[in-house]
Design a protein. Structure first.
Length: 135
């Protein structure tokens, strides 16, 4: 592949476990993430277009960090969609955390559809809900 070549990436839809059903009638996608590690934390940056601090839910139970984001397609009044190149849907992703992460100090923020998580390195596990704030 040349340096200037473009590569088309398709959105990956979340696969349902056999027998499971969705509570909403929209597709759910796996958000693409970048994960960076520094000496004191792990940083997760997730692309979730259409999601804001009110429509994202992040939970931590045992060692599993779950990210859920809901999107709402809002068409302008008196308009109907004639053509779309980008399909909207909800987002779901789960990560298993190591014992190196300090679960009590995880921070989350979202701005312009980009979710940023800071997972500080440290001690033992506890279950808790992580609040999300606007960046």
């Amino acid at each position: 592949m040349t340096k200037n070549a473009l590569q088309e990436m398709k959105k990956k839809e979340v696969e349902l476990v056999e027998g499971a059903e969705r509570s909403r009638s929209v597709k759910a996608y796996v958000p693409r993430v970048d994960i960076y590690e520094t000496d004191d934390a792990v940083h997760v940056i997730a692309d979730m277009p259409g999601v804001d601090e009110k429509s994202v839910d992040i939970t931590l139970e045992k060692n599993v960090l779950s990210i859920y984001g809901e999107t709402n397609l809002n068409n302008p009044d008196n308009y109907s969609l004639a053509y779309a190149e980008y399909e909207m849907g909800d987002y779901e992703r789960k990560f298993t955390l190591s014992d190196e992460i300090d679960r009590d100090k995880i921070e989350a923020s979202v701005k312009d559809g980009v979710l940023r998580l800071v997972l500080p390195k440290a001690g033992p596990a506890k279950t808790r809900r992580i609040p999300v704030k606007a960046a």
